[in-house]
Design a protein around this ligand. Structure first.
Ligand SMILES: [Zn+2]
Ligand SMILES: [Zn+2]
Ligand SMILES: [Zn+2]
Length: 296
């Protein structure tokens, strides 16, 4: 840590796109959550500028309403009407990461020109598909398209003083490309990498992502390959938790708690097996928890 922190970053959800309970899952993971009334939201991060009170939301999930409510509650302060946050940043066009934008349009919040930062391909997708296109045309959301280009990275500032680097990552690019974000405050830099097919897809990908980063939220969708009966995991690839832990064992041991596992599929035993969770923490990794705050 160097300078005085200026930004707070709260985790607003830690699940894969479908959250938990997960539609159609009748296994104990979700039946249990239903019985206990537990709801876990898809992964999202909320950032506050302590000086200006400005708010940024990373990912617009299908749970955007409770997540912005949580952010507003944690951040406190007054907000101008029809301006629940000052900027939104999107990693890619899978539903857990952008579908919630529809609540910003005419039918619901009808927000007033909220900037939405994404890649050029993602912006083209939003501009040409309803209902998001309607929110763009009516000026509820203002697309800020950034091009990571050949180099694979591009910088922007969603709030003055909050420097963000978007880094291209390999992922099923169904409707858009995919990025991870390095969010730089004066004190610390946080990596947000919810969806990656494989760390080994590009040589040095993981090293590049973690270079000059103090804290990292990492894709931990599946623990192992036998977790999702009836689904072909080769069609929805993610690095398995065991593989990530092997690759990052030294770093986790050297800086315990700075590597946080997130984007959990409802089936992931990390959420359901306390013994397993304990051993992960003992090895220096953290299991992401909604509500956690870091100062950047
Ligand atoms: Zn996802
Ligand atoms: Zn389940
Ligand atoms: Zn995805």
């Amino acid at each position: 840590m160097n300078a005085e922190p200026r930004f707070d970053a709260w985790l607003l959800g830690r699940m894969q796109d479908g959250g938990m309970p997960h539609l159609g899952c009748e296994a104990p993971c979700c039946e249990d959550a239903r019985r206990r009334g537990v709801v876990e939201h898809p992964c999202s991060l909320g950032i506050r500028d302590r000086r200006s009170g400005g708010l940024v939301l990373i990912e617009a999930t299908p749970s955007i309403e409770p997540q912005i409510a949580m952010l507003r509650n944690l951040a406190g302060g007054e907000r101008p009407p029809r301006r629940p946050v000052d900027a939104v940043m999107l990693t890619h066009a899978h539903i857990g990461h952008y579908a919630g934008l529809m609540h910003l349009g005419q039918e619901v919040a009808a927000v007033d020109g909220v900037p939405v930062h994404c890649t050029v391909r993602m912006a083209a997708f939003l501009k040409s598909n309803a209902p998001w296109s309607g929110a763009v045309e009516a000026g509820h959301i203002m697309l800020h398209a950034h091009d990571p280009g050949e180099v694979g990275t591009v910088e922007f500032e969603p709030l003055p003083g909050l420097r963000v680097e978007a880094v291209r990552v390999p992922h099923r690019d169904d409707y858009s490309d995919t990025v991870a974000f390095k969010v730089r405050g004066p004190s610390q830099t946080l990596l947000w990498a919810p969806d990656v097919d494989q760390w080994g897809r590009h040589e040095d990908l993981l090293d590049d992502l973690l270079a000059d980063v103090d804290l990292a939220y990492l894709d931990a969708t599946f623990y192992s390959g036998d977790e999702c009966p009836g689904r072909d995991l080769s069609l929805i690839p993610h690095p398995f938790v065991g593989e990530t832990m092997e690759l990052l064992a030294d770093r986790a041991a050297a800086s315990p708690g700075t590597l946080r596992l997130m984007h959990f599929n409802h089936s992931n035993p990390v959420l359901h097996d306390p013994e397993l969770a304990r051993s992960i923490v003992e090895q220096g990794f953290a299991i992401a928890e909604a509500g956690r705050c870091d100062r950047l």
